[in-house]
Design a protein. Structure first.
Lengths: 217, 62
């Protein structure tokens, strides 16, 4: 047995175990920070009664993306550690560092995208200004995604395409089941926000699986 | 699909970076190819064959 896992442990099981462990640690830290903040600022209690299930899921996904953004960004400053994460022989080079930082930035913007509509709705900004902010964020996010896609090689592009195809396959199945149940009067109607949040959550999950399977993480 | 990339690279004493440069791909892609996690596109397979000066079928096998 070497390290945390027996050598016979499959790679996916190692990755999953690490993710669960990291989730537990970050969850405990987050609870502690939240508890401390509540004790320090007893008067500050935001009204969360208007939150729906999709808002909570969006918040969770955003938190995951922002943690991933932070983790990736920090790792990019240690070339040896980055080399190990990317499974390279030796430390990461300039191009690899730049590429990872761009991915980190995109992850962060993805996280902000998930919560920005809720924040804008919460602070009561005029609808036109809110839509302009959402549009601007989407434009920047899309431009960075395109830049990344153009700068990478066929393996990374294959991962993007496979993740997109799998997400469509899973998403259309889920959407069909829900739509059928809704049509039969057995399920409540969904909003565009609900569908978007589920779609992005599925995409995130599928991307992680494809990325690990193809040896990119 | 199996391949002999790692052996061929070792025979030439090339690093992952050397092969990645010759193929115009990232070191991650070289690693994914060598560990069998990724099968190359046909153009990349031809490029690999040219770089190692061997026919494709002597590098890749089912």
């Amino acid at each position: 047995m070497t390290g945390l896992f027996p050598t016979s442990t499959p790679e996916w099981a190692r990755q999953l175990s690490k993710a669960v462990l990291a989730g537990a640690v970050f969850g405990a830290v987050g609870y502690g920070v939240g508890k401390l903040a509540a004790d320090l600022f007893p008067g500050f209690s935001p009204d969360l009664s208007g939150l729906r299930w999709a808002d909570i899921v969006a918040g969770g996904v955003a938190a995951l993306l922002l943690v991933a953004c932070l983790g990736t960004a920090i790792t990019s400053f240690d070339r040896r550690a980055l080399g190990r994460v990317l499974r390279l022989e030796g430390p990461a080079g300039d191009d690899e560092v730049l590429n990872v930082r761009l991915q980190s930035l995109i992850l962060g913007l993805s996280g902000i995208t998930m919560v920005l509509p809720m924040i804008l709705a919460g602070i009561g900004l005029p609808v036109t200004a809110s839509l302009a902010a959402v549009g601007l964020l989407l434009a920047v996010h899309t431009a960075l995604n395109l830049r990344l896609y153009r700068s990478v090689d066929e393996l990374f592009r294959r991962v993007v395409i496979e993740a997109g195809a799998l997400t469509f396959w899973c998403g259309q199945g889920l959407l069909f089941l829900w739509a059928a149940a809704e049509r039969l009067g057995a399920a409540p109607s969904l909003t565009a926000w609900d569908i978007y949040v589920v779609l992005i959550s599925v995409y995130l999950l599928v991307s992680m699986v494809v990325t690990v399977r193809r040896g990119l993480a | 699909m199996n391949n002999r990339l790692k052996v061929l690279r070792a025979e030439r004493n090339w690093s992952q970076a050397d092969l990645a440069d010759a193929l115009g791909v990232s070191r991650q892609t070289v690693n994914a190819l060598e560990t069998g996690r990724y099968d190359p596109s046909l153009p990349l397979a031809f490029k690999i064959a040219r770089v190692f000066e061997q026919p494709i079928e002597s590098i890749f096998s089912e």
